[in-house]
Design a protein around this ligand. Structure first.
Ligand code: ATP
Ligand code: MG
Length: 420
């Protein structure tokens, strides 16, 4: 169906006291970004809601609703049809909106914003209700009707809607600050990222790869995952960090069992440098307690000890099945399961340490030039600007996993040149 307006309701942000204005403004800003390219005339903020109107003679369609379905901070949204204040016009649109719906009972709820309007709500309820009953016999129910038709009359127009589509809830992205996500190609980290977006955080992304020791598959997956996440925040930077040389140093100079924890300690140091650049106040990982050897309580805490910034782990108490369900909802699962080789699987020890002692890690790191190795990786990093798909021409999505090096390549230039 085509519609002229969309009414947005918000929930949690309505309770934010003195910050309420800031939150509602952020939500309006995000809606504008989400609807970029669609025929918007105006976005207004009547008390308690946000009203989006289309340009005269134009309309919105399903794509506008799909965009709003990815805006955090919205509790529900309703597609609306605008018509004139004449009773006949209202009746016609009312039946048009109901005729394809299945229902046993309905009700009409109209309200007018000016008392001196010629049509009062009672008359509209009765006349429109009778018109609907003439077209199809059913029951009128004041409570728990299958369909409720809302009619809002203002000075110059009447607005009709029947649906309240549930939104994603949460807080508008940007209101709670910036975070840097350590984004692998796996299932967990995109879900962790989405949890923090839902709490209003704007994200930047860091991916560590071991190219040329392995193919570029994990990098390509990281790009696709960051693209999925940027459908919610519209743009974000993805930092590709070459990690293979640093891993080789660790393999050469440190005990085998400590390798993975040492990789992670270097990752958080490097990610914290990126966070500084992005004005992010903490790191985010997809770790869950005891999911694998590197995620025992002891090992997680020893990674924290190396990080200059707090490490947030929104999935810490999730089990894998729950994470997979979230990945399906996010739409990241199919990308995450494309086969690749994560950098942590390169030079994997036979028996990784499950309870690495901090003293042993510090001792091992004495043989490594910590600052020099981090700086070297940072010097060779690649930055990709990721944008929501409606900010750039559509590109063909990759169909098959790529395990070969010939399936390359992403760099800043490639992305930027595909952007309008
Ligand atoms: P899965 O467990 O589904 O394979 P994962 O992303 O959780 O995927 P883990 O090996 O469990 O992979 O890694 C734990 C966390 O460490 C990740 O969630 C991610 O935050 C971080 N991490 C691991 N490898 C990388 C990488 N190559 N680049 C960036 N972050 C990484
Ligand atoms: Mg994991």
């Amino acid at each position: 169906m085509q519609f002229t307006d969309i009414l947005v309701h918000y929930n949690e942000i309505a309770t934010k006291g003195r910050n309420r204005k800031k939150f509602v403004e952020a939500l309006e800003r995000n809606i504008r970004q989400a609807m970029k390219g669609l025929p918007i005339y105006k976005i207004r903020r009547p008390p308690g809601r946000i009203w989006i109107s289309s340009l005269m003679g134009e309309h919105f369609d399903q794509s506008a609703l799909d965009r709003l379905s990815r805006v955090y901070g919205i509790s529900s949204y309703s597609p609306i049809v605008r018509t004139t204040l004449e009773l006949e016009a209202i009746k016609e649109v009312a039946w048009e909106m109901l005729k394809d719906k299945t229902y046993d009972s309905f009700r009409v709820r109209s309200k007018r914003s000016f008392k001196d309007q010629p049509l009062d709500s009672m008359t509209v309820n009765k006349e429109v209700g009778a018109h609907i009953l003439r077209n199809r016999s059913s029951n009128v129910k004041m409570k728990d009707a299958d369909v409720c038709l809302y009619i809002e009359m203002v000075a110059s127009a009447a607005y009709l809607y029947t649906e309240k589509i549930p939104g994603r809830g949460g807080l508008p992205i940007g209101v709670t600050g910036n975070l840097t996500v350590m984004l692998s190609g796996g299932i967990d980290s995109p879900v962790a990222a989405a949890r923090m977006q839902q709490r209003g955080c704007h994200l930047s992304f860091v991916h560590f790869h071991s190219h040329p020791f392995v193919s570029r598959a994990s990098q390509e997956k990281a790009v696709e995952l960051a693209e999925i996440l940027c459908e919610y925040q519209y743009r974000g930077q993805l930092y590709m960090i070459p990690f293979g040389e640093l891993q080789r140093e660790i393999v050469t100079h440190a005990p085998e069992g400590l390798r993975v924890i040492l990789y992670r300690r270097f990752m958080v140091r490097i990610a914290a440098e990126i966070a500084k650049r992005e004005k992010a106040r903490a790191l985010v990982t997809g770790e869950a307690l005891a999911q694998v050897a590197s995620q025992t309580l002891t090992n997680l805490l020893t990674v924290d000890q190396a990080s200059p910034l707090p490490v947030l782990r929104p999935l810490i108490g999730f089990d894998k099945q729950e994470i997979i369900e979230h990945a399906h909802l996010l739409g990241s699962y199919e990308v995450s399961i494309i086969p690749d080789q994560d950098c942590c699987q390169v030079f994997m020890p036979k028996n990784p340490e499950t309870h690495a002692k901090l003293e042993r890690l510090i001792e091992a790191e004495k043989n490594l030039d910590i600052d020099g190795l981090c700086q070297d990786a940072l010097n060779r990093m690649n930055v990709i600007e990721i944008k929501a798909p409606w900010w750039k021409p559509k590109k063909a999505r990759r169909k098959e996993p790529s395990n070969t090096e010939s399936n390359t390549s992403h760099n800043t230039q490639d992305r930027d040149s595909s952007t309008p």
